[in-house]
Design a protein around this ligand. Structure first.
Ligand SMILES: [Zn+2]
Length: 85
């Protein structure tokens, strides 16, 4: 079972063990998307379930840093205008 990243279309993994183990997980090296696969054999039928996850913890940190940068720039502009008069 081959799984491609939904965002960059890279092949994340080939879930070869999922039918024996039941669950398998892999991460896209390009954009950090996690792929979770599960397999179930029930009532003579086979069920595959794949879902993708992208946690955005680093994004919050960079947003806070950008906000701090903007505040610093605004403060410098205010100071510049204050002394220019
Ligand atoms: Zn990707």
């Amino acid at each position: 079972m081959k799984v491609h990243c939904p965002r960059c279309d890279r092949r994340i993994a080939e879930f070869v063990r999922v039918e024996k183990v039941g669950v398998q997980m892999a991460v896209c090296r390009n954009c950090n998307i996690q792929a979770h696969a599960s397999y179930e054999h029930k009532d003579g039928n086979d069920y595959w379930d794949v879902h993708f996850e992208h946690t955005n913890r680093r994004g919050d940190g960079s947003l806070g840093f950008a906000g701090f940068l903007i505040l610093t720039i605004v403060a410098f502009i205010a100071l510049f205008y204050f002394f220019a008069r």
